[in-house]
Design a protein around this ligand. Sequence first.
Ligand code: FES
Length: 272
Amino acid sequence: MNKILSKTYFSEKVVKLEVEAPLIAKARKPGNFVIVRVGEKGERMPLTIADANLERGSITLVVQVMGVSSRKLCALEVGDYITDLVGPLGKPTHIEKVGTVLACGGGVGVAPLLPIVRAFKEAGNRVVSVIAGRNKDLVILEDEIRASSDEVIIMTDDGSYGKKGLITEGMEEVIKREKVDLAVTIGPAIMMKFCEKLTRKYDIPTVASLNALMVDGTGMCGACRVTVGGKTRFTCVDGPEFDAHLIDFDEILSRLGGFKDTEVAKLHDVEV
Ligand code: FES
């Protein structure tokens, strides 16, 4: 059982939870995630570790209410316990000095992007971050991203903050004016698909961090399978990061859509 130490609302549906997990806080690396379960029969939910505090023995998770499980998790208050939390899982991000890194995060994807931005900056890279949200309230962790970036471009769909437009427009502005050696993209699958399309046009190596559906998180169940370079890969053990130019995003999008009706029906059933 892991205690919730603090809870902050970024918006009505996006919550930052600081959770007691001293061993994970010590062992985690950028790119790692945990699997969380609320209630004995709860669904297992993968969440990337946004931050860790060694003194407090805690990790930070950012959760967006999407379905039943995330709603249950977001309903927990300070002092409540998460039934179980396993991690750190997944392969850490490969960090090295490459030159200029274009770090692109959309919505809650900015949370897993944060430790990656920090690590690339600490490795001596120039880091230009493009963070996006549908509106001002959905742009999260701006100050934290700013602290480790040489430049930050903010994009909102409705123009309520930063520049009006899609994340790809902010990315292209940077790509057109300077040489980008590596792009990292984290966010909704549809967003990553278009980020990849853009960087392919400019021949920029790109890494995408996938947030697949997961069950066991140990490579046994196959729930998180994705096709990368024509081969089946498991997001939980082979990822979550892959060469974006090799990912079959259309397959991911159709699999994610497959559970929508069940999820909507469940949401109407459940009270938390
Ligand atoms: Fe089961 Fe990855 S979650 S194989």
